[in-house]
Ligand binder design. Structure first.
Ligand SMILES: O=C(O)C1=C[C@@H](OP(=O)(O)O)[C@@H](O)[C@H](O)C1
Ligand SMILES: C=C(OP(=O)(O)O)C(=O)O
Length: 433
């Protein structure tokens, strides 16, 4: 599909965004291996989460979906059935990496595969530590890339110092650690999103962790479990999707938008800190907790932004938002430097290259550096023709740039937005001309 984007004169409205992708995946996975029913409200029916659903259905779990309400009939930690087919995760890195941790401990063999982007993404980061726990995981290239064949084994706990800050790796080890015969301790140099830990605790698992301090490493220990209890989960709006609306409202003239019920877990919402440091007009109100996850309403209006440096412990807290932050930087006064973000090269696309190319097509001045980019702000941006490269975050970041640039913008392969934000173009259209 080709999307045509026109310059907008303003963005206004009160809205909610689709549910958090990370939390939706985890609600299906943990609900599947819990005892009893897990009911989920606000579930994200994006393609990635629907792929998690179809993988667990293939493992014998009954999952009923009625709009954004989902019921998972948990089969218990040892109730999954051997799959008859390959488990196809589609485009979803979260699905393949977290499921590896669960499948490594099951008394059967399974095989995880995915689309052409997934087949290029690095898997040794989960395969190696899972092997240290006793897992038998392999692939035609020694476990570097999917398809991954997993022969279930008895696992034991390990102490693991993570070489990359990755919530997917941490979560795979926590899930495997549930099944191990001794505790598993994971040390991350910079705290990454802790949705798995919070949901595991809600379902009765025993976890201990060091206090959250972004300037220090974080240690989390999971103790072997006998059972998890099904529960009710309200999924907050996805901050990663909200990021596109916040940015459009900051950059379009005469704009003001309120987004209600957004997840602002501090390990996840670094974009709010980054935008405040850039001078954004953002108010965060009505803060409360939903199943241990912090939720709030966010009001944002047209802002005069200036460039900043984003790096270090901030990166894992806003890793998926860097494509849209880069767009904001192109309209900010001065220079923005994004560094320490090598991980972007291992996403759906090489996002450092994809963002730099996209912004240059709009006429921005961008210097690509190894772990990020240097973006000169306030250049005159003009509409252009972009290929999303089937990367949902690149498609949506380009759409927001197109709403602010002069002239029209055309985005090819725009349907990929439904991986994480079904209805993105319709919602943006409803917010202003
Ligand atoms: O755990 C998760 O739900 C995610 C973790 C991040 O990946 P990494 O763990 O590879 O950083 C993020 O980019 C991804 O979109 C979702
Ligand atoms: C990187 C992403 O997701 P995943 O790793 O689950 O494919 C993303 O949603 O931007």
């Amino acid at each position: 599909m080709r999307a045509n984007i026109y310059k907008k004169s303003h963005i206004r409205g009160h809205l909610t965004v689709p549910g958090d992708k990370s939390i939706s995946h985890r609600a299906i996975m943990l609900g599947a291996i819990a005892d009893g029913i897990t009911s989920i409200d606000g579930f994200l029916t994006g393609e990635d989460c629907l792929n998690t659903v179809s993988c667990f259905r293939e493992l014998g779990v009954t999952i009923d979906i009625d709009s954004h309400h989902v019921q998972v009939k948990g089969v218990g930690m040892y109730g999954l059935k051997p799959p008859e087919r390959l488990l196809d995760v589609g485009n979803s890195g979260t699905t393949i990496r977290l499921m590896s941790g669960i499948l490594a401990a099951q008394p059967f063999t399974s095989c995880l595969t995915g689309d052409e982007s997934i087949l290029c993404r690095p898997m040794l980061r989960v395969v190696e530590p899972l092997r240290q726990m006793g897992a038998d995981i392999n692939s035609p290239d020694g476990g570097r890339h999917a398809p991954l064949t997993i022969v279930g084994k008895k696992l034991h706990g390990i102490n693991y110092n993570m070489p990359v800050a990755s919530a997917q790796v941490k979560s795979a080890l926590l899930l495997a650690g549930l099944y191990a015969d001794s505790p598993t301790t994971i040390i991350e140099s910079h705290p990454s999103r802790d949705h798995t830990e919070l949901m595991l605790e809600t379902m009765g698992a025993h976890i201990s962790y060091s206090p959250l301090n972004f300037e220090k490493q974080r240690t989390v220990t999971i103790y072997p479990a006998q059972a998890l209890q099904g529960t009710h989960i309200d999924v907050p709006g996805d901050i990663s999707s909200t990021a596109f609306i916040i940015t459009a409202a900051m950059l379009c003239p005469d704009s003001c938008v309120t987004i209600k019920d957004v997840g602002i877990n501090p390990t996840r919402a670094g974009i709010l800190d980054a935008y405040m440091a850039m001078g954004a007009n953002i108010q965060i109100t009505n803060q409360r907790l939903w199943n241990r996850e912090r939720v709030a309403d966010i009001t944002v209006s047209t802002s005069n932004l200036h460039g900043i440096i984003i790096g270090g412990s901030m990166i894992p807290r806003l890793i998926d938002e860097i494509p849209i932050i880069a767009v904001a930087a192109a309209f900010a006064e001065g220079v923005t430097i994004i560094r320490d973000a090598e991980e972007l090269r291992a996403k759906e696309t090489d996002r450092i290259a994809a963002i730099s190319d996209m912004l240059r097509s709009f006429g921005a001045e961008v210097k690509t550096i190894e772990g990020g980019m240097v973006i000169k702000g306030n250049t005159h941006l003009h509409g252009c023709h972009i290929d999303s490269l089937k990367d949902h975050r690149i498609a949506m970041a380009a759409a927001v740039a197109g709403m602010v640039a002069d002239g029209n913008t055309y985005i090819d392969n725009a349907e990929c937005v439904s991986i994480s934000f079904p209805g993105f173009f319709e919602l943006m259209d409803s917010l202003g001309d």
